[in-house]
Design a protein around this ligand. Structure first.
Ligand code: ATP
Length: 438
């Protein structure tokens, strides 16, 4: 059997549309550039990723979660440096007027859109924050921003959380939420969009322990991605140094995935020192010092180790990694199969009666399974076509209910990856699935 991986993003875009994972936003109006809607299977997959992350990042004694509001006091973004410094350098092609990020293209080469050799404009700073008005009066005092990252919602709540939860260092605060950036060149499907979701955790630590914390979190986060079924050889670390390193960080690593368009950052692990708490303490005038009962009641600002992963980029990696094209060109045996890790698969089991006549007992089985598993019922079309559909959705198990089932109280369970079929007695089906879905 021949098998190939995802070669081109268009294969995934097409599957995502055809099988109900991801649709273009406002498609009936011609779509809105680089905005995407999660369709029924896509949102199940995304929710599974978020829940798995949330469990890994809050079901621990030392981490709690919050959900901060998207709008924040405008001073937050002044203090964080985003108002003055959250810029990308932008250049325009003088010929076709296409816009690019100067740090992402070779500005000495011809324009990739029109081929013109007539150089680009000088780079200008472009602030990536979306602005809007809060309240009915359109004056500048009511100007607010759509948050460009979720992290600041955690920093400004540091003291509230620490005191109400009676937390001692080291402890962390996790959050999942939308972030917005007016990216100059969005693209590569859901890799770079202007509205996206982040899963961030800020770990507050004693100054001086940041190197250990970095090592600990790099290992944990790497293993988390492996637990999603991502192949190890598709992941690599990129260490930010010199000019790459953000002004607030004393160390930073990007975890990159090899997407169809090339290697790209999926998660960032940043050692942010006390920059954030210090700047908020200065701008707000509130004392954010931590009193260390374990160290003679010394008062200091904790350091922060951040893990920040884009939910959509993580989902794109999960889908890209799961994609397999088997037996290409062989009409009979060609199939696309999404080999999702069972913990993430949007549908865990499909019940397929062989023919319509068997609907009644098959529906009963489906209803029973649906109380425990994300299950689907499908009676339309040939059994082969129904298998292919479930393969593209990435359903780990298909159960066929046939005429023999009425006699022997057993069904055939087909494994998505090996396509092997096993006859299992009805009273053992749930146990079989439980064992197979871990
Ligand atoms: P890039 O260099 O790709 O612009 P970044 O370094 O600005 O990313 P961070 O600010 O570290 O990204 O954000 C943390 C995570 O949020 C990234 O690792 C990525 O997964 C996600 N992310 C950032 N920008 C976008 C975007 N425009 N679309 C989708 N996800 C994004």
């Amino acid at each position: 059997m021949s098998e190939s991986n995802l070669k081109d993003m268009s294969q995934l875009v097409s599957l995502a549309k055809r099988r109900g994972f991801i649709f273009q936003s406002s498609e009936i109006y011609g779509g809105l550039s680089s905005c995407w809607d999660y369709a029924p299977y896509g949102i199940e997959l995304k929710n599974n990723i978020k829940q798995k992350w949330w469990k890994a990042m809050t079901l621990r004694e030392d981490i709690v979660g919050i959900d901060a509001s998207i709008f924040m006091h405008p001073q937050v973004w002044k203090a964080s440096g985003h108002v003055d410094g959250f810029n990308d350098p932008m250049v325009d092609c003088k010929s076709c007027k296409s816009r690019f990020r100067a740090d992402k293209i070779d500005v000495t080469a011809p324009c990739v859109v029109c081929g013109s050799k007539d150089t680009f404009t000088e780079p200008r700073d472009f602030n990536l924050m979306f602005k809007t008005q809060m309240g009915p009066v359109e004056d500048s005092s009511a100007q607010v921003y759509l948050r460009p990252e979720t992290a600041q919602g955690i920093f400004v709540n540091f003291l509230n959380v620490q005191q109400t939860m009676r937390k001692k260092l080291p402890f962390g605060i996790s959050q999942i939420g939308k972030a917005f950036r007016n990216e100059i060149t969005p693209g590569n499907f859901i890799f770079r969009t202007r509205e996206f979701e982040q899963m961030e955790m800020q770990y507050f630590i004693k100054p001086g322990t940041q190197k250990d914390a970095m090592e600990q979190w790099r290992e944990l986060r790497f293993n988390w991605h492996l637990s999603n079924g991502i192949r190890k050889e598709k992941l690599r670390w990129y260490q930010q140094t010199g000019e790459d390193l953000a002004h607030y960080a004393d160390a930073a690593y990007d975890l990159e995935y090899e997407y169809a368009h090339g290697w790209g950052e999926m998660e960032g692990i940043h050692s942010r020192t006390d920059f954030d708490l210090k700047t908020h303490q200065e701008h707000s005038g509130k004392n954010l010092m931590y009193t260390d009962a374990m160290d003679n009641n010394k008062k200091y600002l904790p350091y922060v180790l951040e893990t920040s992963v884009g939910c959509d980029r993580c989902l794109l990696a999960v889908m890209s990694d799961a994609y397999r094209l088997e037996n290409e060109g062989d009409k009979e045996n060609e199939r696309v199969v999404m080999k999702f890790h069972p913990s993430l698969a949007p549908v865990k089991v499909a019940v397929l009666p062989l023919v319509k006549k068997l609907e009644e007992p098959a529906t009963k089985l489906f209803q029973d399974l649906a109380t425990e598993f994300a299950a689907e019922y499908d009676v339309a079309g040939s059994i082969g076509k129904r298998y292919r559909r479930q393969d593209e959705i990435g359903t780990p198990f298909c159960i066929t209910f046939d005429f023999d089932s009425l006699e022997d109280n057993a069904v055939t369970i087909r494994d998505r990856d090996s396509m092997k079929q096993e006859r299992i007695s009805l009273d053992k089906v749930k146990e079989y699935l439980r064992n197979g879905l871990v």
